[in-house]
Design a protein around this ligand. Sequence first.
Ligand SMILES: Nc1ncnc2c1ncn2[C@@H]1O[C@H](COP(=O)(O)OP(=O)(O)OP(=O)(O)O)[C@@H](O)[C@H]1O
Ligand SMILES: [Mg+2]
Length: 253
Amino acid sequence: MSFTIAVAGKGGTGKTTISSLIIRDLLKRGKKPIFAVDADANVNLNEQLGVEVEKTIGGVREDMLQKVGVGEMPSGMTKEQYMEYELQDSLVEAEGFDLLVMGRPEGPGCYCYANNLLRRYMEILAKNYPYVVIDNEAGMEHLSRRTTQKIDLLLVVSEPNPISIMTAARIRDLAKDLKIDVKKVGLIVNRVNGESPEILKAEAEKYGLELAGIVPADATVVEYSWQRRPATKMPDDAPSVMAVTGILDKFVA
Ligand SMILES: Nc1ncnc2c1ncn2[C@@H]1O[C@H](COP(=O)(O)OP(=O)(O)OP(=O)(O)O)[C@@H](O)[C@H]1O
Ligand SMILES: [Mg+2]
């Protein structure tokens, strides 16, 4: 059974950075292979993981819809086989992890059939990995579309201010409203720059949010981002790397 960690939060709070640092940390712990999912339409987790993406699930879905429409399924292949093949083909295989990119959401059209197949195969696929890490877009669309799979740990990322912490609580509520099966929720306050952990913790508790941890504003993250270097390559002693390790110590055996 895989342990699924989903990272959510408002735009620009640091979801992708933190997702990559989680993957970095799990790799270091030897929790391999990891199934990384970029569930943001603005695909960029791959850059932070240092891999290239050729196909997205959104693209596969569009393709299938079009091919079915013009009766162009490769001969001898059922739609199921075609989808399974395409899904395998979209998987970016890297050292210790595989990445699947969801890509843009569907346009107008009837995608139910393609979506159902996708969902089914993704769930089968996820079972091959001890850890699944999902970098989500703010609306959590992709999470809500999943059916049976639970989220063991939902980490909501916020900035170190009261408004952002309130927004994080709303995102937690949204997950509830969307009936996403979440076992545990934790708040990560990112880019902390002198704000007191006690105050952040107290603020989170006003909304019944547990502070999973804080990640400091880290010059290494800024430097790597300008140099277009993957966050996973940051050194062990970078403050943000150490902070994420400290957070995962609480949840990963
Ligand atoms: N702890 C940190 N210290 C310094 N800079 C950070 C930190 N975390 C994130 N950043 C920077 O903030 C910016 C946004 O981070 P990131 O892309 O991870 O956010 P996001 O929530 O995934 O954004 P989006 O909603 O656009 O997907 C990036 O330039 C990143 O380098
Ligand atoms: Mg992102």
